[in-house]
Design a protein around this ligand. Structure first.
Ligand SMILES: Nc1ncnc2c1ncn2[C@@H]1O[C@H](COP(=O)(O)OP(=O)(O)OP(=O)(O)O)[C@@H](O)[C@H]1O
Ligand SMILES: [Mg+2]
Length: 361
């Protein structure tokens, strides 16, 4: 086991600048998730860590060893990819033990290690089966077993759950987390799924166009997003963004004027309010809307309403097309087109600079 230090790594493919000054220190035993939209450079960073792709610049340490110029096999890390092809003609046990056999590990030792790992992953009753007789989740666990059995200093995982159906994904996600807690090997995990990132990570690294936007634990990311991108990326449905103006330390939204967060100067701002911070009925700041759409999810409702004069960047994501969203835990009927009283707490809003898009509070 070992920590990983990524220092000012960048990567160019010809003129394409895929990673820009990527720096990250991962503690020994930490579970770090890289998350971001498609094409932002997550897999590239992982391949550079694994040694499958050279960096264009920068340095990588695993433990206190500089591995920047080492071949993948000399880095002592194990990688689990999205396409975890198992050898179809080998049994589960042989698949798990394959890497050890190639290294000339004695048979008795292989058998012992395979059995231990299979037990941890609850595939010990499947050791004699072939991959085609396994479910998707079982295959995934065998692929994990193949990585774990080598007792690497670190795991690198690139979207290992993306081939699984939704239910199995949740199940295997929990298993990987539990496994990490048990064996505590430093793990770098790549996903574009924010729920996976939030539920599994000790710390999340949010990337956009090859640039780190924020590195923080899940709660901090949610409560204190560093900029508009992070604020919109984390949370589902996404944060509502509105345009508003601060004047004399006061902010006006939906016809209500209230104290702006301390230290915010006069001028235009982007206001962020999470859908779950909009409540039904009277509150700290109260206003009325006419819902244009109400979606019932059983335990809660998504109430869409028009931003009116506060409209901001309608194209930011597809949900914005339907207007602003209030996420209401309420069993009673809410009707489209009928006046509805909503409220929010002024202390729960986020303000962003219109130019830099950085958080102001
Ligand atoms: N071998 C290559 N040659 C040229 N460009 C590449 C190469 N590999 C990746 N890229 C480009 O680098 C960028 C980052 O790719 P990368 O695979 O790291 O994205 P990602 O964040 O893993 O995306 P996804 O979520 O879709 O897997 C993309 O624009 C991609 O087209
Ligand atoms: Mg990728």
């Amino acid at each position: 086991m070992a920590g990983i230090s990524i220092q000012n790594v960048y990567k160019n493919y010809g003129a394409l600048n895929v990673l820009k000054e990527f720096s990250l220190d991962i503690a020994d035993g930490e579970f770090v998730v890289l998350v971001g939209p498609s094409g932002c450079g997550k897999s590239t960073m992982l391949k550079i860590l694994a040694g499958l792709e050279p960096a264009s610049g920068g340095k990588i340490l695993i433990g206190d060893r500089d591995v920047t110029d080492l071949a993948p096999g000399d880095r002592d890390i194990a990688m689990v990819f999205q396409n975890y092809a198992l050898y179809p003609h080998l049994t589960v046990g042989q698949n798990i033990g394959f890497g050890l056999k190639m290294r000339g590990t004695p048979k008795a030792e292989i058998d012992k290690r395979v059995r231990e790992v299979a037990k941890i992953l609850a595939v010990d009753h499947l050791l004699e089966r072939r991959p085609k007789a396994l479910s998707g989740g079982q295959r995934q666990r065998v692929a994990l077993g193949r990585a774990i059995v080598r007792e690497p200093r670190a795991f690198l995982m690139d979207e290992p759950l993306s081939n699984l159906d939704a239910k199995l994904r949740v199940h295997t996600r929990a298993e990987i987390s539990a496994l990490h807690k048990r064996i505590g090997v430093t793990t770098v995990y790549v996903t574009h799924d924010q729920i996976e990132a939030m539920t599994m990570a000790d710390r999340v690294v949010i990337m956009r166009d090859g640039v780190i936007q924020q590195i923080a634990d899940p709660d901090t990311l949610f409560a204190r997003p560093a900029n508009l991108f992070v604020a919109g990326f984390i949370g589902s449905p996404g944060m509502n963004f509105l345009r508003a103006t601060v004047e004399g330390g006061r902010l006006t939204l939906f016809g209500q004027t209230f104290d702006a967060p301390a230290g915010v100067g006069a001028g235009e701002v982007i206001v962020g309010i999470r859908p779950e911070h909009l409540a039904l009925g009277q509150g700290n700041v109260t206003f009325t809307v006419k819902p244009v759409l109400v979606e019932s999810l059983g335990s809660e409702k998504y109430v869409y309403f028009e931003p009116g004069a506060h409209a901001y960047a309608a194209s930011r994501d597809e949900e914005r097309g339907k207007g602003l969203i209030a996420r209401i835990a309420h069993a009673g009927p809410i009707r489209e087109g009928e006046e509805l009283t909503l409220s929010f707490n002024a202390s729960e809003i986020h303000l962003f600079d219109t130019k830099t898009e950085k958080a102001m509070n």
